[in-house]
Design a protein around this ligand. Structure first.
Ligand code: 5AD
Ligand code: SF4
Length: 477
């Protein structure tokens, strides 16, 4: 298949991230694209973080705006998009696997449009591999131009060529884009995009551009509209939400935003992800003062060893981190804390790993995402020689997970015989006649009921059993 390359990814450009004003793009649709998808269907595979889930909701909105309808069967859809993740090697392996399955389908159904988007195409080597070895892919685009989707599909139909547009710039802010939200009572709300932290292992600053905050009025208006539409919970999204506002050069921080959003009448506010260095007193005070801000904090630590933290460029120490945890527990005594941890960073010693275990004991995490370090091309850590054997890394992950899993269970046990408020999501996969939802501390809670009118409502549940991954309880009312 011939290809039309509007723009190719460039690591050099991505590293440059020009310091020019960030443009706010207000979504509009040209008339010629309006019926592009009339009578046709689409499906989106979403991988990776909540940021990608939110982006997929926007792409669904745009596709439905041009006439496509959602299909339940990817293999029988007219447009299939894979919204990809580049954070670790295994995330990418999974995507190459799905592409293999789609290849056969495309042979039988040549008019199908297969697109790959999100973080993977932002990497030069991934896009080159797609161009060289995955000839059946029609569309390749990145994280900065999902609003171009109508034009890109139009070009693909018109030219029958592979259409590539991956921008490696500082990024923009997209407003007014249509969204098809996956839930009717819980919503993602982006408050900022990109990352300026440059942790040495991480590809995100190169795939997602510069840190850029949405205007507070746009965020508040979105949350007010969600409240008016019956939404109960928002999760504020950003790679580093605690840096909110810094790029705007105004005296208004993430803590201020929490206080303002609390006034919108939304029942629950959550946020992710936080950077320990930028977590400030005002945010912690807002967690204490605002009824809607839920008592759970995901605070990625990555390692408990000061030398490793330094080489990771995390810009805080074990002591700094513990001081913030102590303050947080003072202000919000019933808080649940979760984290992200990487084991096997280049040359991590047993002693350094032990410092991570020590930190876990001292914090008392009630959950964590744990990973083996995965070298990402283009990042500083990928160039570091590494003497720690792979087997040793796997053992460390198992040992860490034992500690973390015990923390999950303890986190559930502390609610035994207590009544928790659960925002009901729907039927539970934990047996017939059961429903489930999340408590304020983000504990998955199952209870006996078949009353579907409870979905989207907050109910009181008395916890009767605490398992590792969830709690079971009885409906009080
Ligand atoms: N290898 C392993 N884990 C990583 N993460 C980010 N980059 C890498 C990498 N190269 C983890 C961090 C981060 C989470 C989203 O993914 O723990 O917080
Ligand atoms: Fe990656 Fe660090 Fe930014 Fe998180 S804060 S996205 S780990 S560079």
């Amino acid at each position: 298949m011939k290809s039309i390359k509007f723009a190719m990814p460039s690591l050099k450009e991505a590293k440059l991230r020009k310091n020019i004003d960030i443009e706010t793009v207000r979504y509009t649709l040209e008339d010629k694209y309006k019926d592009l998808g009339k009578g046709k269907s689409y499906y989106i595979f979403t991988y990776g973080c909540q940021g990608n889930e939110a982006d997929s909701e926007v792409m669904s909105g745009i596709l439905e705006n041009i006439g496509y309808t959602l299909s339940t069967d990817p293999m029988n859809s007219d447009v299939v998009l894979l919204n990809t993740c580049a954070i670790r090697e295994n995330a990418e392996q999974r995507i190459w696997g799905v592409l293999g399955q789609l290849k056969g389908r495309k042979r039988e159904h040549p008019d199908m449009i297969i697109g790959i988007c999100g973080c993977m195409p932002q990497e030069e080597n991934a896009t080159n591999k797609i161009l060289e070895s995955y000839d059946f892919i029609d569309l390749v685009f990145g994280t900065h131009n999902r609003d171009h989707l109508p034009q890109l599909i139009y070009q693909a139909y018109l030219t029958k060529a592979k259409v590539v547009e991956v921008l490696s710039n500082q990024g923009n802010i997209l407003e007014d884009a249509p969204k098809v939200r996956a839930s009717k009572h819980k919503a993602w709300v982006n408050i900022m995009f990109g990352c300026d932290e440059f942790c040495t292992y991480c590809i995100v600053p190169y795939t997602r551009g510069r840190e850029r905050s949405r205007a507070k009025d746009d965020i508040i208006a979105e949350v007010k509209e969600l409240v008016a539409n019956g939404y109960k919970e928002v999760t504020l999204l950003g790679q580093n939400v605690n840096a909110y506002g810094k790029d705007l050069g105004i005296d208004y921080t993430f803590g201020d935003l929490l206080y303002d959003l609390d006034k919108t009448g939304i029942e629950r506010i959550r946020y992710t992800t936080s950077h320990p260095r930028d977590l400030d007193e005002k945010t912690m005070l807002a967690m204490r003062d605002c009824k809607s801000v839920m008592p759970h904090l995901h605070l990625p630590v990555q390692s408990g060893d000061n030398d490793i933290l330094k080489i990771m460029n995390r810009k805080y120490t074990y002591e700094d981190y513990m001081a913030k945890i102590t303050r947080l527990k003072e202000l919000v005594p019933h808080i649940s804390i979760t984290t992200d941890i990487i084991v096997g960073f280049p040359n991590e010693t047993e002693e350094q790993f032990q410092n991570t275990l020590k930190l876990c004991h001292n914090v008392g995490y009630e959950g964590a995402f744990t990973f083996i370090y995965s070298p990402r091309e283009g990042t500083p850590a990928a160039k570091m020689p590494d003497s720690t054997p792979e087997d040793e890394k796997k053992q460390r992950l198992l040992r860490l997970n034992e500690v973390i899993n015990a923390g999950y269970k303890k986190g559930h046990e502390r609610f035994l015989n207590k009544v928790v408020n659960v925002l009901v999501d729907g039927e539970s996969k934990n047996g017939e006649g059961m429903m489930c939802g999340y408590s304020e501390n983000l504990k998955l809670t199952h209870f006996k009921s078949t009353d579907m009118s409870l979905v989207g409502k907050t109910v009181k549940v008395k916890v009767t059993e605490a398992k590792t991954w969830f709690m079971i309880g009885e409906l009080c009312e």
